[in-house]
Structures are given as C-alpha cells and as structure tokens.
Design a protein around this ligand. Structure first.
Ligand SMILES: *[C@@H]1O[C@H](CO)[C@@H](O)[C@H](O)[C@H]1NC(C)=O
Ligand SMILES: *[C@@H]1O[C@H](CO)[C@@H](O)[C@H](O)[C@H]1NC(C)=O
Length: 247
C-alpha cells in the first residue's frame, strides 16, 4: 500500500516567504508538521474536510473521565516520540492529537479512549518500534493506518475537556441531523492542536467521520464544480463551496 504523506513541513514553508503561515486563522502554530487536508465545503456551523491515508502511533487508556485517560495515554505517546523506541529516535511533536471518544459511555463503567499522534513525515513509512521505559517492546503502543476519509468538523477555542468536547460533539450532531448527513455515530474524535502551555487563541475540533459522499453544492459565484484545494498549511480556507442538504 502506498501511504501518501499528508504531512507538510513548516521548514519548507518558511523557505518561501510568500507561504509563511499567517497568524490569523492559522491554528497549527506550535508544530513543525501538521496534518494536511483538503477543504471540501464549509458552512457557518461546520466544515467538511478530506484527509489522505496516514499512519499514526496510538495507545488505549481505560478511564472514567476522558481527561484522566488522555493524560495517561499522552505520557506514553510522548515517551515514544522522545526516545522510548528502538534506536532511541527523537521525533518532533506533530499536530493534531486525536482522541477517539466512544459515543456511549456509562457513568459507572470506564470507557476506552484511544489517543493518536500523527507520525512525522520522515517516519510515516518506517516508524521505529516502540519500547517501554525498560527498553522492552511495548505492547501498549501500536500503529494505526488511518484510511482516506471525509470528516465533519466543528471548531472551538479554550481547553478540550470532557464537558466542552461533549457539548461541541452534541452541537455538531444536531446540525448534521438537521442537514441529514450520514456519519459514523458510534464515536467521534476530539482534536487538539495546542500544548497545555499555550493560553490564548487555543484551537480544538470535534470530528465525525462521514459515511458515503458528502453532498456538495457549488456556490453560484464559484466557477469550478469540483473543489480540489491543497491547503499548505491549513490556513487559507477557500470559501467557494457550501455544504448542501441531503434531501
Ligand atoms: C488579523 O485579525 C485582526 C482582527 O480580526 C485584523 O484586525 C487584522 O487585520 C488581521 N490581519 C491579517 C493579516 O489578516
Ligand atoms: C463505525 O465505527 C465503528 C468503530 O470504529 C466500527 O466498528 C463500525 O464498523 C463503523 N460503522 C460503519 C458503518 O462503518
């Protein structure tokens, strides 16, 4: 299988002054590499994005609260990229961090949260084998081949907490139901772009994975019926396409 690398390097971007990431609207400010996507369409409530297949390093944590599970899982993944792997390879942190959150959780039962870091472009094909702190093979870490996918995205600021994440997931599903979009309702992704040290202009997202083709409706002002816009970096959002109802 040929994994197209959907990661771009901000080093390359900086080399061309015309493509410097703008501070306005750019939410990928802290990582050298950020997952690249195509904006399919956009409404006031959500965006539809297309992602190419990519490889991620993943770990599961069972917890009663997302924050607790995510913190445990984050520590493991962070150790992996900072050298807990065969060869002691040090990798740069990439963005975003994806937490797979099951839709149905019960108060009295812990849920399994899966945290995922995108592997840097240089390690997409051959990621180093994870080891634990004793240098033994780590069974807790594994690689996830994320398939090509369309996602419905709602963005919000502040911190990604269980409560805010669920609230925005709820608001997004209400809107997706209103426009009769098909999506996998068994889970959503909580998506973070910022380190906890960043205090202002934080950017988070909720994603639902679309099922089937999202229906598109070109804006009357747009001359092209098929949107194929590579964003480098995901900063400049072309506004030619609105998302239409499935009716
Ligand atoms: C950035 O946003 C601010 C506030 O919305 C605006 O005043 C400023 O002109 C924008 N700058 C650019 C380069 O778009
Ligand atoms: C929805 O996601 C779940 C969990 O990843 C998966 O098992 C299921 O097959 C998906 N449903 C469809 C219709 O793809």
């Amino acid at each position: 299988i040929n994994y197209r690398i959907g990661l771009i390097s901000f080093y390359l971007v900086f080399a061309h002054d015309k493509l410097k990431p703008s501070t306005n609207g750019s939410f990928c400010t802290e990582s050298k590499e950020c997952l690249e996507y195509e904006l399919v369409c956009k409404t006031d409530e959500y965006e539809v994005r297309h992602y190419s297949p990519t490889r991620w390093v993943s770990t599961d944590a069972e917890a009663y609260f997302m924050g607790v599970g995510a913190a445990m899982a984050f520590r493991r993944l962070f150790q992996y990229i900072t050298g807990s792997n065969e060869g002691g390879v040090q990798m740069e942190m990439t963005a975003p961090v994806l937490v797979k959150i099951p839709e149905q959780t019960r108060m009295w039962e812990p849920a399994v949260y899966t945290l995922n870091f995108p592997l840097p472009a240089a390690y997409q094909d051959k990621p180093p084998t994870p080891t634990n702190d004793k240098g033994c093979f780590s069974v807790q870490l594994y690689f996830t081949e994320m398939p090509e996918m369309d996602v419905y995205v709602r963005s919000y600021g502040g911190w990604m907490l269980s409560v805010t994440s669920r609230l925005h997931a709820h608001l997004l599903t209400k809107e997706l139901e209103r426009v009769r979009a098909s999506y996998n309702c068994s889970y959503h992704y909580g998506v973070g772009y910022d380190s906890p040290l960043k205090l202002l202009n934080r950017h988070n997202e909720v994603w639902y994975v679309a099922e089937g083709e999202p229906v598109l409706e070109p804006n009357p002002t747009s001359p092209h019926p098929i949107p194929k816009v590579k964003l480098q970096p995901p900063t400049f959002h072309p506004q030619h396409f609105t998302c239409s109802n499935r009716s």
